[in-house]
Structures are given as C-alpha cells and as structure tokens.
Design a protein around this ligand. Structure first.
Ligand code: WQD
Length: 338
C-alpha cells in the first residue's frame, strides 16, 4: 500500500518513513528541502534498504499538488508533516506561517477527500498553552496560542474537524506531540537544526560537541521542584511508531470516529536540569551551563496523559529519557565525526 509523507525528509518525517517502510508500506515523500537535506534520503535507504520515491516541490503550489495526486491516485494514506515550525520565527513572519501551514493543509485535504484516503496530521501540545492540570488530557481546553505557529496547529485541527463533519468518508487523526528528541539508534538519521538550535536537546549535544560554549537554562525560579521548566520528552522513534499505528487504525477501519485526536508523549515530566543530568549520565561528559532569564512564551510545565493513546490507539512509548539522550548524543558524534 502506498503512503504519502509530506515533509518526509524532516526530523520526525524521516523517522516515520523508516517505520512505514519496515512495516511494508511503499512510501512517497514530498519535501521542499527548505528545512531538511537530500542526504536524509540516503540515510533512510541505508537503514531500510529501500529508497522511498521522492518529489521536491513546494506544497503551496496548488497545481503541482493536484498533478501529484493525479499521478499517485493509488495513495491510501497521507501523513502530513510539512510545515514551518519555529515558534520564534513565526512571531516575526506570521503571514509566512499562515500561508505555508494552512494553505498546504487545505490543498492536501482537497485531494485526500477525493481519494477517500486516510489522513494523519502533525499537531502539537502547543495547542494546550499552559494547561491548568497535569497530566494533560485530550479534552483539556485549548488556550489562545502563544505564537502564530501554535495558532496554525489549532486552526489546522479545526479545518480537519470541520472537513470530517461533511465528508464522512474522510478519516483523520491529529497527533499532538509533546517534545520529540533523540535520533534513530543506527545514528544514520536524526535532528538537523539549521543555525543555532532553538530546542533544548540539540543545544545540549552541540555544546557537548564543542560547537556552543555553554547551555543557557532559561529560568530557574519557576514553581517546579528544581525551579526549571518541565516537559514530556519523547523518543522520536516512539513518536514515529505512533504515526504508523494511527495510520493502520484508519486503514483498517478501527477508528471510533472519523476525526480523533491523541496525545503522543511518555506521560512523564522531566525538568531541564533532569535532562542535563540524563545527558551527563549517558555521555559521561560534564555539560557547561548557566542560568539565564526566562524565555518569552515558555509554559511552566506540560506533560501528557497518555491513557487514550495507550488504551484506544494501542500505542505506548517504550524508550526512556536516557535512551533518547543517548541516541541524540550518538547522532551528534556521528555528524561531527567525533
Ligand atoms: C524545552 C525547555 C526551554 C533551549 C517547542 C515548541 C513546540 C514543539 C517542541 C513543535 C523549555 C528550555 C530550551 C535552551 C533552555 N515544537 N531551554 N535552553 O519550547 O517546550 O517546545 O519544541 O511542535 O511547539 O514550542 O521545546 O526544546 O525549545 O524547550 O533552557 O537553549 O528547555 O525554556 O523549558 P518547547 P524547547
């Protein structure tokens, strides 16, 4: 069965393509290479022994999207990762984010509806903002988005929900990711942040690799046990597996509703200092860091209630924080040849 993965050369996309191929799916990737590199295609093939079909174009080109689906009219499912995802950049360039993240979703959905294919949407725990209760369940209220990026995820979910209401044959799932980290255990694919990493874990591994002088811990007087923010860090391979399970749920007609949402996290919260400690334990290296002012827009804590994903979806994270930090460090060593 043929599956389209948009953004399939990106961090989560590439790990999902590996899992799809290993489950026997034929994969076609569309990626515009704006935030990924063509080498990732070779990385995927070196793991699975199969090179996915690949087309490079911008999904904002409506005509190209339509032509693509005329050619590949045997697609049974679409996993839609392609989007701009830098929170800070979205504040400076809102129109880029609304155009790129929403227009492409609309063009994708128009074709998916026609094909009556299954649809998996890459959403985010960002939709919850600072939730009042921990752990966060799927029916926790969404809060006004902290950034245009987060808003595109909220609006994206609404667009899919409304479309599913009028197209009973459209089956869709939104997966609300918590914090994806780590890399494939083969160290042949992983996270490739462009420029200075915004996210915690790549900044840690680049500091340990000598590319950054020290890590700045953004705030250490939050109302948490050790004063630093708490997040739910999930191994990217566990997250990738969740996509395959969600797609199979729809293809096999196991879904209860034609639109469903699932939190995808470990259910465990870890503070920034705990992540640092985990890295030092698995790498045997001391990480230089200092405390710095809080970062605008950061929530104090966010970690998932995973009961729905565990019980309804039939998926559970298997890797620990140490596993994920170990894989992240092995990947950094691989790309820096250290
Ligand atoms: C984690 C913690 C920082 C860097 C973001 C997006 C979210 C999702 C995942 C796409 C926070 C602290 C970080 C640093 C630090 N992306 N930190 N020093 O902000 O939870 O989530 O990535 O869907 O939408 O918002 O992840 O890794 O940036 O930060 O102290 O140099 O690490 O303050 O507490 P975040 P993050």
């Amino acid at each position: 069965m043929k599956v389209l993965v948009t953004g399939g050369l990106g961090f989560i996309g590439s790990h999902t393509v590996v899992e799809l191929q290993q489950k026997g799916f034929e994969v076609v990737i569309i990626d515009d290479l704006s935030n990924s590199s063509i080498e990732v295609l070779g990385g995927i093939a070196s793991i699975t022994g199969k090179t996915p079909l690949f087309e490079q174009f911008d999904l904002r080109d409506k005509q190209k999207v339509e032509t693509f689906f005329e050619t590949h009219n045997d697609i049974v499912g679409v996993i839609h990762f392609a989007a701009s995802k830098a929170v800070g950049e979205s504040v400076e360039k809102p129109l880029l984010y609304y155009e790129n993240n929403l227009n492409t979703l609309i063009y994708m959905l128009k074709s998916v509806v026609q094909l009556e294919a299954s649809f998996i949407f890459s959403s985010s725990c960002t939709v919850y903002g600072q939730a009042d209760q921990m752990p966060i369940t799927e029916n926790a209220p969404t809060k006004p988005a902290e950034s245009p990026y987060g808003n595109t995820k909220q609006i994206g979910e609404e667009i899919i929900k409304d479309t599913c209401k009028v197209h009973s044959k459209l089956n869709a799932i939104s997966l609300r990711y918590f914090n994806p980290i780590g890399a494939h255990p083969t160290a042949k694919i992983g996270e490739l942040p462009i420029g200075v990493p915004q996210n915690l874990v790549p900044f840690i591994t680049q500091t340990a690799a000598g590319l950054r002088k020290e890590l700045s811990v953004f705030g250490n007087d939050y109302p948490t046990p050790d004063g630093t923010c708490i997040r739910d860090y999930i191994h990217v391979v566990d997250l990738a597996k969740a996509h395959v399970i969600a797609l199979e749920r729809l293809i096999n007609g196991k879904n209860q509703y034609n639109y469903e949402t699932f939190n995808v996290g470990t259910g465990k919260g870890s503070s920034v200092l705990e992540v640092i400690k985990s890295f030092e334990k698995v790498s045997g290296k001391e990480l230089p860091y200092k405390f710095a002012p809080k970062r605008e827009g950061d929530v104090i804590q966010a970690y998932a209630d995973t009961a729905k994903a565990n019980n309804d979806l039939g998926w559970k994270a298997e890797s620990t924080l140490d596993d994920a930090m170990d894989s992240a460090w092995k990947w950094e060593q691989h790309i820096r040849n250290i």
